[in-house]
Write a protein that binds this ligand. Structure first.
Ligand code: FAS
Ligand code: PHB
Length: 389
């Protein structure tokens, strides 16, 4: 088999890149190690930057989002007893879109099928070869048979635990990491959301977040200790804790119900460089992980896809390699800015074990300053809605 771009990973990064390239006549093969059902069962991101919304429309997968997605113009910050709103759209000039990653992945799978895109599921032992030559290739095993695809480029869209980043020599790869001493326990419940604008609540008992997927599907999170497990959290315990941490005016109207999904995600900031080695490009979670506080993970994946899509279409359609040569530098610069914002927002909003009284007062003062400063709110708004691509 031969293709122009071999894409390892069939999550949002891989499927979106494949879809965009195909619409420009650039051929790709997607190799995904899990089944579609497994990929679609993962509950992840919910808030889209404006740039991501535009890219999904360009890929031809925006119609359900435009019909069913919720356009949000602000967020609410909870500060122990009260809350205040930040008018993101008035400050940064653009709104956000609340539309679940699961829906995006479903739309991308459907679009790939409709265009006859090649997405090979349950591909085992996917292995890139000869990445530092002009003739890379990728092998995999499916139903016990080994397969090979020769290609011009390999896009490593295989997430944090994928094979692509591991293919960069140890003496070339530089890694930067901060692991946070807490995680997020998230639930989905078929209940009317307590708020239509995302709530980020800072409370002495810990952080909480209120989000939604639609008018009867709420997505809520509470900060939990590092190493905590879902088995420690009955629905009743979750609801009590969540109700305590959100502003009183929201707690009064909270509708609770059984969780239909409940999981704990660890929080880390992680960046790998370079995002290109030879004929391999790293895209999305394969290259970086951010704490979900700033709603940047999926959006950063989309911005990497934007840069690589531009680069590869210029390479094939205009015989121009400026984008290929500058992909790593441009994508990485934007990754670091989103990493900074996610770290800043996480540090301000969460309780750190053993934090000093001084640190606690700094957090309270940071929130107090944010509430009263137009400049501070503008800085948050610009980052939240997405810095320019
Ligand atoms: P993904 O990890 O989504 O996809 C990679 C794909 O590659 C997977 O399907 C995997 O099966 C496949 N793969 C891995 N190794 C392979 C191999 N060797 N061969 C073939 N295929 C392989 N982001 C937000 O913005 N907001 C959130 O609230 C949020 N919550 C999250 C909660 C959790 C628990 C996690 C883990 C992440 C969350 N994220 C959130 C971030 C998340 O949305 C990612 O940024 C997003 O999935 C990135 O997409 P991809 O880069 O495609 O990586
Ligand atoms: C979500 O809807 O899952 C969500 C929203 C905002 C975040 C993180 C997660 O910052």
């Amino acid at each position: 088999m031969r293709t122009q771009v071999c894409i390892i990973g069939g999550g949002p990064s891989g499927l979106l890149l494949s879809q965009l390239l195909h619409r420009k006549g650039v051929d790709s093969v997607v190799l995904e190690r899990k089944s579609r059902a497994y990929v679609l069962a993962r509950i992840r991101a919910g808030v889209l930057e404006n740039g991501t919304v535009e890219l999904l429309r360009e890929a031809g997968v925006g119609s359900r989002m435009d019909k069913l997605g919720i356009v949000d113009e602000g967020i609410v910050i909870g500060a122990e007893k009260h809350g205040f709103r930040i008018d993101i759209k008035a400050l940064a000039g653009k709104p956000m879109m609340v539309w679940g990653q699961t829906e995006i992945t479903q739309d991308l799978y459907d679009a790939r099928d409709a265009m006859g895109g090649v997405v090979i599921d349950e591909a085992e032992a996917v292995t890139p070869h000869d990445l530092d030559t002009d003739a890379p290739y990728v092998t995999w095993v499916k139903d016990g048979t080994e397969h090979r695809v020769d290609c011009d480029w390999v896009a490593g869209c295989d997430g944090f635990h994928g094979v692509s980043r591991q293919s960069i020599p140890k003496d070339v790869l530089k890694e930067y990491e901060r692991v946070y001493p807490f995680g997020w326990l998230g639930i989905l419940s078929e209940t009317p959301p307590v708020t239509h604008e995302i709530l980020y609540a800072s409370h002495s008992r810990g952080f909480a977040l209120a989000s939604l997927r639609n008018e009867n599907l709420s997505r809520y999170y509470v900060q939990v200790d590092q190493g905590d497990v879902v088995e420690n959290w009955s629905d009743a315990r979750f609801w009590d804790e969540f109700r305590t941490r959100i502003p009183a005016y929201m707690a009064e109207r909270l509708v609770t119900g059984p969780s239909i999904e409940k999981s704990i995600a660890p929080l880390r900031s992680y960046v790998a460089e370079p995002m290109r080695w030879g004929r391999l490009f790293l895209v999305g979670d394969a290259a970086h992980i951010v704490p979900p506080t700033g709603a940047k993970g999926l959006n950063l994946a989309a911005s990497d896809v934007h840069y690589l899509y531009d680069a590869l279409t210029a390479h094939y359609l205009d015989d121009e390699d400026g984008g290929v040569e500058t992909y790593a530098e441009k994508a990485s610069a934007r990754v670091w800015k989103a990493t900074r914002f996610s770290w800043w927002f996480t540090t301000m909003m969460h309780r750190f074990p053993e934090q000093s009284e001084f640190d606690r007062r700094m957090q309270e003062t940071e929130l107090d300053f944010l509430e009263g400063s137009q400049a501070a709110q503008l800085a948050l708004a610009e980052n939240y809605v997405g810095l320019p691509l």
